[in-house]
Design a binder for this molecule. Structure first.
Ligand code: AHR
Length: 502
């Protein structure tokens, strides 16, 4: 099949925020313990942070990390995780035992070492205004109060200076500890946020939007929460997980279209609310949980149910092993985030290590890159700058979930030095002959052109494992030709590619 892409060199869609390349570390499964933290591991530093995982986090290019949950945060007592006494507690959200060995100070040390910004969530499930205010005062107030001096006594002379604060997590979900109606949550978020901004006016607040676009309350939840809190908050969250179900690969590969529509729907509600309230401000969309996640495997009735078993420390939970297809979808979801960078103020790949993660690690053993690591790392390294408008002409693929979608998905970003093309061929079995019209983009040369697709001898289901960590890696695209203003290349079946021109 053939496809055509035109780059509109003079039409800027949006400037890409560095915060689009965020991720998420929840106290869940082995994200923290034996993920980022494992004293005694051969690569661990004196504080117990795994060096091999840190190296991969840097290579991934994650910028802002949401912490400490997730569902976990809705039952979390933050004060358990600071100071010399660390009570062991039940983590009811994930049916686990939380030792609190890693807490705010340890995570902040890790974040400093990794060079990432912290996005801190407060508990609005079992707790409320007083505790959120206390955590903020503890974290950000310089000195001279009981809480700020407690932080100093616990080893942090200077405030943590955390700017980004999530007002609870997925409060629309009946699975959430302290699940609320939109009115209950909207009021609590507004009043908590107001007090937090009185303590530190420099912070940015994220209100919890819908847990997914199929929630029965999707839309009305956002409308009510925004109505009650728009004057206080700076971002509203959107969570989105995708998986291939019932062999419907076509819809799965069009997940980016689903995300585009979801973002547009939330953006319209934000605009309506700001307009109705006459508010002269912007509210960004914080896609602070997104990924491929096989929830069907998690809920599999043939597996021992997590919530009825023994209570253990850092059990293995949702350690999904990602395939080539999943990598292509992760790449195209990032393309959707870029395409909507005028509305998406930040985004967090959920999660970072072991739990539905681009990085896997084994206790005492190695750490490795899942297939999904590659499109994320390559995009985060190159797709900074400005998204340019581009138009696609390609065959339509019929999808049960989203109707007809283009066989070619494309996003173009202009950074300081390069023009970057992100390209997906959604066909399962056909190569796509693509020509790209670069008229007006100036004199260019191909710097690199690489692709993630099924490896020789493998299939779209190939994965990276402990014994074969590099089974799926980006490979050079062959036969990339630039003649005048036209770039010609062949995209392999079911592939995600990145072409850098300078
Ligand atoms: O990322 C895993 C879980 O997914 C998070 O804890 C929760 O917020 C979401 O449902």
């Amino acid at each position: 099949a053939k496809a055509h892409l035109r780059v509109h060199a003079d039409e800027n869609v949006a400037v890409v925020s560095d915060r689009l390349f965020g991720s998420f570390v929840e106290h869940m499964g082995r994200a923290v313990y034996t993920g980022i933290f494992e004293p005694g591991h051969p690569t661990a530093d004196s504080r117990g942070f795994r060096g091999d995982v840190l190296e991969l986090v840097r290579e991934l290019g994650a910028t802002v990390i949401r912490y400490p949950g997730g569902n976990f945060v809705s039952g979390f007592r933050w004060e358990d995780s600071v100071g010399p006494d660390r009570p062991v507690r039940l983590d009811v959200a994930w049916h686990s035992v939380e030792t609190n060995v890693v807490g705010l100070h340890e995570f902040a040390d890790w974040a400093d070492t990794a060079g990432v910004e912290i996005m801190q969530a407060v508990n609005l499930g079992t707790r409320g205004i007083e505790d959120a205010a206390a955590l903020l005062e503890y974290s950000n107030h310089p000195t001279g109060t009981a809480l700020s001096d407690e932080r100093r006594a616990n080893g942090r002379e200077k405030p943590f200076g955390i700017t980004l604060w999530c007002l609870g997590n997925e409060m629309d979900g009946p699975w959430q500890i302290g699940h609320k109606t939109a009115v209950e949550y909207g009021r609590l978020a507004a009043e908590t946020g107001r007090v937090m901004k009185w303590i530190d006016p420099s912070i940015e607040l994220v209100a919890a939007g819908s847990s997914n676009a199929d929630m029965p309350t999707f839309g009305s939840w956002e409308r009510t929460v925004l109505e009650l809190s728009a004057d206080v908050i700076d971002h509203v969250s959107l969570h989105a997980y995708y998986e291939e179900t019932g062999g419907d690969a076509a819809s799965f590969l069009a997940s980016g279209v689903g995300l585009d529509r979801y973002i547009s729907a939330v953006a319209a509600i934000i605009d309506e609310t700001l307009d109705a309230q006459g508010l002269d401000k912007t509210i960004g969309i914080s896609v602070d949980e997104w990924n491929v996640w096989y929830q069907s495997r998690f809920n599999d009735v043939d597996k021992p149910p997590l919530f009825e078993g023994e209570w253990n420390e850092h059990p293995r939970i949702i350690e999904d092993e990602y395939s080539v297809t999943d990598a292509v979808v992760v790449g195209s979801l990032l393309m959707s985030l870029l395409r909507n960078a005028d509305r998406v103020s930040m985004a967090n790949l959920a999660q970072l290590v072991n739990v539905i993660a681009p990085i896997r690690s084994e206790p005492g053993g190695p750490a490795w890159r899942q297939t999904t690591f590659h499109p994320f790392a390559l995009t985060a390294a190159a797709a900074r700058g400005t998204v340019l408008r581009s138009t696609v002409e390609s065959r339509a693929i019929d999808t049960p979930l989203y109707g007809p979608v283009d066989e070619l998905d494309a996003v173009v970003v202009l950074n300081d030095a390069e023009l970057v093309l992100l390209l997906v061929n959604r066909s399962l079995d056909e190569q796509l002959e693509l020509d790209v019209d670069l008229a007006g983009c100036g004199a260019l040369k191909v710097v690199s052109a690489v692709s993630v697709h099924a490896p020789a001898g493998g299939s779209r289901f190939s994965t990276n494992t402990e014994s074969h960590p590099d089974a799926v890696v980006p490979v050079a695209l062959e036969a990339v030709g630039l003649a005048g203003d036209t770039l010609a290349l062949a995209l392999p079946p079911l592939s995600w590619s990145i072409v850098r021109l300078a």
